[in-house]
Write a protein that binds this ligand. Sequence first.
Ligand SMILES: Cc1ncc(COP(=O)(O)O)c(C=O)c1O
Length: 478
Amino acid sequence: MDSDRRDCHLNMLSKMAMCKSHGQDSSYFIGWQEYEKNPYHPIQNPSGIIQMGLAENQLSFDLLESWLTRNQDVIQFRENGGSMFRDLALFQDYHGLQAFKNVLVSFMGEIRRRKVKFDPEKLVLTAGSTSANETLIFCLAEPGEALLLPTPYYPGFDRDLKWRTGAEIVPIHCYSSNNFRITESALEDAYEEAQRLNLRVKGVFITNPSNPLGTTMSRDELNNLITFAMAKNIHIVSDEIYAGTVFDSPKFISIMEALIDRKHEKSKMWSQVHIVSSLSKDLGLPGFRIGMIYSNNETLIAAATKMSSFGLISSQTQYLLSKILGDKKFIKRYIKENKKGLKKRREMLVSGLENSGIECLKSNAGLFCFVDMRHLLNSNTFEAEMELWRKILLSDVGLNVSPGSSCHCSEPGWFRICFANIAEETLDLAMQRINDFVSSMNLQRRQLIAAASASSSRRRTLANWVVKLSSGEGKTYR
Ligand SMILES: Cc1ncc(COP(=O)(O)O)c(C=O)c1O
């Protein structure tokens, strides 16, 4: 009996409940557990671990909080002098509140520079994009069918796309030599690999802007992708939950915008392109569990709407957000201020790391940077990456960062570092700790080199002496 089946048998639980493909033993989640055991606090635990492995956006809470202070009626469910409490408490329709869907599509359009007009009838509400992604895969793939994903990718996808659906992920390998761009040959290679593994490919799944890269996809990349998906007759899913975090050029191009601009191909791919979105990152509200699927495929929308009854957004959350998003003036200001804050934070991280001789991949979006620490590895291997990660997390530095291998990066030595979930002073301290660590590593390396060169010069002296001795010169010493 294999170990999975033995576990099920012993615990009298289902195979699904005991299945290990959830991915919680990844270093990504282990880092969080280590942080929980010893969290940094400026006064109570100043030597604790600083959490830089969490893609959370806490930079614009003051704006949301001041909106709530100004709109007390909303929190008390009061509208036009009456109470909404009963209506909200009793509301059970899994299609969601119409008013909420209306403002959501307008928000989606706003953060995509109004290049796409979204229709509330093509939207499915889900409890976060975790649920949206899983629901989509349930709709698109049978167990054992495959999705192609560019590397590096968000570690949670192993859980969200594979665990309960039984679908498989085949990596599209991307490399730092071209800033991890998705090439035509990488797409073809992944497709061939799936065929070699006897897996039927149902789609390509992209994250744009990318987690962990913090970059947006170029128009060429999106066009290649559309051409590829059309040739293979497969779906494209675009997880765009960081669309509202694009703080620098180039501008964000949604897959829908790219498709609309491909006038000849548009009709062929129209019902095969799907977007996932959420308010977890753009508004910094992961605890509210607001996610959505958007698609032009009516059959898919009908199926996903039925499935959404397993993960609905509570009606009081929908109500609150319909009011916040409905305040267009506030939302415009929020988006602008939020991007400004993110850009400033990114610059702080980049220049702090530069002081320690560490470079970041050039990025323009997201809540993190993809950081190049290849020169700090003892060897060009994933083992050396884990060794460095353990040092940074546990022994020397006390920072929880995510190793590239947890994001299935194809090259060792890259780390994702988040910058929007901690206070500015904590970020400064983190940079100081990195600086001390790199300085002490450099010192150790210099000492090792000096010791090695001293020992090789001793060996040379000895060798010279032996040569002299054997050539007769040494006889004078007898
Ligand atoms: C690319 C990506 N998709 C989905 C999620 C899950 O987000 P949510 O909180 O909306 O479920 C995350 C969270 O980090 C993410 O980075």
